[in-house]
Structures are given as C-alpha cells and as structure tokens.
Design a protein around this ligand. Structure first.
Ligand SMILES: [Zn+2]
Length: 71
C-alpha cells in the first residue's frame, strides 16, 4: 500500500453507518456508502467505493481493468 493509504481517514460516525445499514421505510431513503471509509457522497455503485477510495485503489492497481487514461 502507498503511504497515502495509511493516512487516517475521517470516517462517518458509527451511528450514521448503522442507520445506513438498516432497511428504510422508503426506497428514496436508501443511503449507499463506501465500504472502506463510509462516505456517502461521490459514491460509485460499480465499485462500492467513494471517489477518493476509488482513486487510491486505482492508482495502486488494486481494481482490475482500471487504468488512468492518458492521450
Ligand atoms: Zn471511501
């Protein structure tokens, strides 16, 4: 892992994450969260990661088939 992976990430509060795991009464209340840091915004469904964790994993080559584009 790169040194950046060791940097402490500001994580969502335990209570907030627990609430997100509960099945809500209305479908519009579903909150999808990054499994690594718990971030709810900038979430990418294809990977289950937020944009920040996606970038870090992608730069380390931990996501198969993902390559930084350059042209
Ligand atoms: Zn994340």
């Amino acid at each position: 892992m790169s040194p950046r992976g060791l940097v402490l990430i500001k994580m969502a509060k335990k209570s907030v994450i627990a609430r997100a795991l509960k099945k809500p009464k209305f479908s519009s209340r579903i909150v999808r969260r990054c499994f690594r840091c718990g971030r709810k915004n900038g979430f990418m469904r294809d990977f289950g990661l937020c944009r920040i964790c996606f970038r870090e994993y992608a730069n380390e080559g931990m996501i198969p088939g993902i390559k930084k584009s350059s042209w």
